[in-house]
Design a protein around this ligand. Structure first.
Ligand code: SF4
Ligand code: SF4
Length: 482
């Protein structure tokens, strides 16, 4: 039976509830009156405390996703843009993945690192190699990483992951500094989550892949990941282990997207109901080509328009949750979805183990790659492209370093006040990037952007401090934050 507060996977991600939701959505997909009411409920409202959004239940959001009336879809896009603007402004946070090891004992049929793939070379970074990778990433200008590793208790035990995190945080090369390490590793125990928390991680990210239990079990035929309940309940254990910020995601293309969408929102509702905090981020990857993987065998793949609509509906349903897309998506797709709600993107990414150090911008090792990177531009090119499109690329990592995590973060976010930190922090970290890493033409565009954008800092005290800090950054000082 469906129970949002239950700690059992099959009760908070309840199959019957999802089927009823899909039926309800199908029946109401042309119910204009109801759709109007849902859009009205989700619209940002000005209150005495700031701007607030009500969000939507999984049933309401599923009606929007099912609706195929073009004019209503346009209204959804407008609303998604309005919410994005109200809570995230025009900043886009930058990050890069760092692959530590592709040893894996699981058999996920959509991933080239699956145990039975004998074609792919197996590699695990030594601490010296981690150091080299981090220096290469710092030299590009990155400040925020997401570390990735296969599941293998012998080759990649938690001690290895912890050692890598320690190494990453310890490296200060020139003005480089990795200030936030997000972690994307297999579901684990409360005790191990506590160790990750103590190591100072940012967000713990774990993709559900699919919420459909039967498909899940087929797609993960063997290995510890086969256990649907253990995987689905991982975020509860992570939160019990003290990790406030967790990142959800499904791999679109594995099962029916409407099913995944409802499951994803039910998972978000569950975290909010049980822990008082919803997910910090939601990632929206799609299945891609890789060694031993042909995306065409997954017959639930979604086109770019459906993908954009999913993103808009997530933005409307969970306005306070950051949304991430990776270099799995190409430039034009990324451009389309940025305005609809995406708040974080990766840039200059390598999805292989040891893919950064020793390679030039154009060289890309493919031997241990997890997926084909569609957006192959350098970080500098992505930064300039964002600025040309009116966005502020942000290298901000301030919140968790200031203790603004979990409900402390959400309470600021929910009244639109976090922007008072995000906006000046974006400008100051962009200034650092321009000083230390940008090409001259990128620097010129960035300087002009900062000069314009600083005028949009509304609080006079914050503006005064930000201006002073920008000057100090030009004079060689680093790492200011609100
Ligand atoms: S998705 Fe993760 S757990 Fe599955 S095979 Fe790939 S690396 Fe291993
Ligand atoms: S201030 Fe916080 S929410 Fe805003 S960009 Fe920085 S880390 Fe993210």
């Amino acid at each position: 039976m469906y129970n949002v507060k239950s700690l059992k996977a099959e009760e908070f991600i309840n199959h019957e509830e999802i089927l009823e939701t899909l039926e309800y959505a199908e029946q109401n997909k042309h119910n204009r009156e109801l759709i109007e009411q849902i859009l009205e409920k989700a619209a940002p409202k000005k209150t005495g405390r700031g701007v607030e959004c009500a969000g939507l239940t999984h049933r309401e959001a599923s009606v929007l996703l099912a609706c195929d009336i073009p004019e209503m879809t346009e209204r959804m896009y407008e609303l998604a843009r309005e919410i994005k603007q109200a809570f995230y402004g025009n900043r886009i946070v930058m990050f890069a993945p760092l692959y530590l090891s592709n040893y894996c004992v699981n058999q996920c049929v959509y991933c080239p690192y699956h145990y039975q793939n004998k074609e792919i070379p197996r590699k695990k970074l030594t601490q010296e190699e981690v150091r080299q990778e981090v220096i290469a990433l710092q030299d590009m200008g990155h400040k925020r990483l997401a570390i990735e590793s296969g599941e293998d208790p012998v080759n990649n035990p938690i001690e290895y992951i912890l050692e890598c995190i320690k190494t990453i945080y310890s490296i200060k090369h020139k003005n480089g500094d990795i200030r936030r390490v997000n972690v994307n590793i297999a579901a684990t125990t409360v005790e191990n989550y506590r160790k990750l928390k103590d190591a100072g991680i940012g967000t713990y990210i774990l993709f559900q892949e699919t919420y459909h239990k039967e498909s899940y079990e087929k797609l993960h035929p063997a290995g510890p990941k086969h256990n649907y309940a253990y995987h689905t309940e991982a975020m509860d254990r992570a939160m019990d282990g003290g990790i406030d910020d967790v990142g959800l995601g499904v791999l679109f293309g594995l099962d029916m997207y409407k099913y995944e969408f409802a499951g994803l929102l039910m998972h978000a509702e569950h975290l909010e109901a049980v822990h008082g905090v919803g997910p910090h981020t939601i990632s929206v990857p799609r299945v891609k080509k890789a060694s031993d993987i042909d995306p065409n065998v997954f017959d639930n793949s979604i086109d770019d328009d459906t993908f954009a609509k999913i993103i808009a509906c997530i933005r409307i349903a969970v306005p306070y949750t950051g949304m991430i897309i990776s270099t799995r998506e190409n430039e034009s797709c990324r451009e389309k979805v940025l305005g609809l709600g995406v708040s974080q993107i990766s840039g200059g990414s390598r999805t292989s183990v040891g893919g950064y150090a020793g390679y030039s911008e154009d060289e890309r090792p493919h031997d241990t790659e997890q997926f084909d990177v569609s957006d192959q531009r350098s970080l500098d090119e992505v930064v300039k492209w964002l600025m040309d499109g009116g966005y502020i690329p942000s290298f901000c990592t301030a919140c968790y370093r200031e203790g603004r995590t979990g409900d402390r973060f959400m309470s600021l976010c929910k009244i639109g006040q976090i922007q008072n930190c995000c906006h000046p922090n974006a400008l100051m970290t962009l200034q650092e990037y321009l000083e230390d890493y940008a090409r001259p033409e990128t620097k010129a565009v960035g300087e002009a952007l900062i000069e314009r954008e600083i005028e949009n800092v509304t609080n006079p005290k914050v503006k005064e401090i930000a201006l002073k800090n920008l000057e100090a950054i030009k004079n060689g000082q680093r790492d200011f934050r609100f």
